[in-house]
Design a protein around this ligand. Structure first.
Ligand code: ADP
Ligand code: AMP
Length: 217
């Protein structure tokens, strides 16, 4: 199964991907996570992406498309779920071309819909583990011990691009460059809108309902 998960930054895509992976065993391919790993490893790609990421603008399509197509090429047969990619119409077109050339297609496009206020609150309250990448929230999804990762005991950090100024910029970037991707998929495929304002388990249940129905078709 090949799934594209769309939604504003902070909508809960990464959180839901963890639930989807636990249930269906797909590979989670998050462009943001891959970029952060490249930065942590100090690669050329990581260095190129750094300033764009820190200021809340998109990294160039060429870099992202090459990076994600390479990751997809190595995905297992069971399938994968794309999180944070595609983020421009050009990326979506390049993804379609690449999948078609391998006789693959997208089975489901899910769009997480969240109110603006909720999105800003989710992003500014997000904390993550610099070691294992686990994601928490200061109020909604708290670790067992304040500010400490449940998995490895490492102190949680706030992403530099989750500061209120950069969040505003990222939401603007989303409106201008990524919302048109939803329209692109509405023209070419069925897009399933999911109400993602609810708590994480309820959102997962809505997603599972859609995916189970698709799997039966
Ligand atoms: P995205 O991957 O779309 O940027 P995340 O999955 O990282 O978003 O979620 C953003 C923040 O919101 C995180 O701190 C996460 O713990 C929290 N969060 C995610 N889903 C929900 C939800 N349904 N209800 C409340 N908080 C949530
Ligand atoms: P995310 O973790 O998805 O919020 O992404 C963090 C940052 O990485 C974004 O603000 C962009 O600078 C960059 N990024 C992630 N995915 C993409 C993409 N598909 N296209 C361009 N830039 C991206």
């Amino acid at each position: 199964m090949t799934i594209v998960l769309l939604g504003a930054p902070g909508a809960g895509k990464g959180t839901q991907c963890k639930h989807i992976v636990a249930r269906y065993g797909l590979l989670h391919l998050s462009s943001g996570d891959i970029l952060r790993r490249q930065r942590a490893e100090g690669t050329e790609l990581g260095k190129k992406a750094q300033s764009d990421m820190d200021s809340g603008v998109l990294v160039s399509d060429d870099i992202i498309v090459e990076m994600m197509i390479e990751a997809i090429r190595r995905a297992p047969d069971i399938g994968f779920i794309l999180d944070g990619f595609p983020r421009t119409v050009n990326q979506a077109v390049e993804l379609d071309k690449s999948l078609a050339s391998n006789r693959q297609d997208i089975d489901a496009v899910l769009n997480l819909k969240v109110d603006d206020r909720t999105v800003a609150e989710r992003m500014t309250g997000r904390r993550s583990c610099p070691q294992c990448g686990a994601v928490y929230h200061i109020r909604n999804l708290r670790p067992k011990v304040d500010e400490i990762c449940d998995n490895d005991g490492v102190k949680l950090v706030q992403r530099t691009d989750d500061s209120p100024e950069v969040v505003a910029h990222r939401l603007e970037t989303y409106r201008q460059q990524t919302e048109p991707v939803v329209d692109y998929y509405k023209k070419t495929r069925v897009v399933y809108n999911i109400d993602a304002n609810k708590d994480a388990d309820e959102v997962s249940n809505s997603i599972f309902e859609k995916l189970n129905a698709l799997a039966k078709v």
